[in-house]
Design a protein around this ligand. Sequence first.
Ligand SMILES: *Cc1c(COP(=O)(O)O)cnc(C)c1O
Length: 360
Amino acid sequence: MARAWNFCPGPATLPEEVLSRVQSDLLDWQGKGLSVMEMSHRSEEFLGIATKAERDLRQLIGIPENYKILFLQGGAMGENAFIPLNLLGDHTTADYINTGHWSTKSLEEAKKYCDVNVAASSESSGFTHVPAQSEWQLSKDPAYVHICANETISGVEYPFTPDTGKVPLVADMSSNILSRPFDINRFGLVYAGAQKNFGPSGVTLIIVREDLLGKARRECPTVFNYTIQVEHEWAFNTPPTFPIYIAGLVFERLLALGGVTEVEKRNIAKAQKLYAEIDRTGFYTNKIRVEDRSRMNVTFYLPNEKLDDMFAAEAKGKGLINLKGHKVAGGIRASIYNAMSMAGVDALIAFMRDFEKRYG
Ligand SMILES: *Cc1c(COP(=O)(O)O)cnc(C)c1O
């Protein structure tokens, strides 16, 4: 059976090599007579898997020792609550930059715990760009500034790393982590659900600077208290063991490919080719400011909704699946994360040309 080209925004396509490896390890992991799924999270075997995953991730991103790494449950949306509960400390305000659907979700959740200052928003222009830092109106003493580095639904991505001085910068990188290098030292905390770019759903990565620990509010659920989780190293409660194992295999593969710098080159090439096709004639249109176009989630519209629907349906019949845009945005969205190959992008482009010939 042939695998489809899966453009799903998440849970997203995984590298075939990783899936094959999982399959061959499934019943008997490295001759131990059991599956990773069935191992104690305190066993030497699982701790070996988890510490290697962490080591490889540190190498891929270049994470120094003063940043702690957590693999927790709760998803990126859970973090919308856990971040204020952990980081507010004595502060009463947090600043948020609103660039679309996911930043809106983050700031709405934070309102349960603190005063939210929306320091900048691109809402009035339909969330089609990232507000320039010169337009941000930060509050006097916020606990942190929160951004969504890549808006998965509209396809808007920060082309720059904001400078927030001494105020910790917090970023939701769920849909672009490991797709391009970034300097972790510019951030206080970075978080990402695994299911877009590095694993199956069920595990959330949190990279947090050490000096931000120890401030959790009393009402913060203990299992989501970063400080307690860091102190107990994988053993406070059961971590999502199987997703961590698969994420570890993805990290290993990224290192073997040459690391994030090499992966970024491929991502640039894939995105450029696809946007060039969109821009080639007037048949397909993308609404995002060119500098802020996402390399991961490429959105476009056909001349009318009926054609959008026909495009997605016909593509599906040809093995190009999950191209329908999010219900709030409509149109078409091709998610081309790390695991989508250039061959998949080429197949999509060939289909776009054929479709345009018939309906353009
Ligand atoms: C998918 C996504 C989320 C939601 O993640 P869950 O794991 O479903 O909670 C949040 N932020 C961004 C940027 C996303 O792409």
